[in-house]
Design a protein around this ligand. Structure first.
Ligand code: FES
Length: 158
């Protein structure tokens, strides 16, 4: 995918405030993923330039964390946690339900670009398992029925 100079410039301006922060690298990679729905090589180069690190270092972060992707995510992102606590509460079943309702395999983005179904590792809310995040909104202690309702509402409004 091509990214316009304008989009890359907007991104650059957004991350400049982080350039002198020793802990700034991870937040700017997050900003890239928010803006581009992934962390493309073009954005990695901008990050490397602004943060004064090598592209290889940025790339290392992008490939190390499951959360980051170099393939654009869908307009809606559904993430089902399959960390230990959620797994013990049948979250694998929720993942299968989401896959069936959304017609997309876990870990994939549907061909029409509308939805991505991601596999979460732990949202840090284990006491409320099983948990599902839908477009940055955390849903706690989710039942199959609730999940179907959330996903059907999503499909109705897309
Ligand atoms: S294992 Fe799911 S939130 Fe921790």
């Amino acid at each position: 995918m091509e990214y316009t100079q304008e989009a890359l410039q907007t991104f650059k301006e957004a991350i400049v405030p982080y350039k002198d922060r020793p802990d700034g690298l991870l937040p700017v990679v997050h900003i890239a993923q928010e803006q581009f729905r992934c962390v493309p090589v073009a954005a990695q180069k901008v990050i490397a330039e602004v943060m004064n690190v090598s592209v290889a270092r940025v790339s290392g972060i992008v490939t190390f964390y499951d959360y980051f992707t170099m393939t654009p995510l869908g307009n809606h992102v559904i993430e089902v946690c399959v960390g230990t606590s959620c797994y013990m509460q049948e979250s694998k079943h929720l993942l299968a339900v989401a896959s069936e309702v959304l017609q997309v395999a876990p870990g994939e983005t549907r061909a029409d670009g509308e939805v991505s179904l991601r596999i979460g590792r732990c949202f840090g809310r284990c006491e409320h398992s099983p948990n599902v995040e839908i477009d940055h909104t955390m849903h706690l202690h989710v039942s199959e029925q609730e999940l179907r309702q959330y996903l059907n509402n999503l499909e109705d409004h897309s």
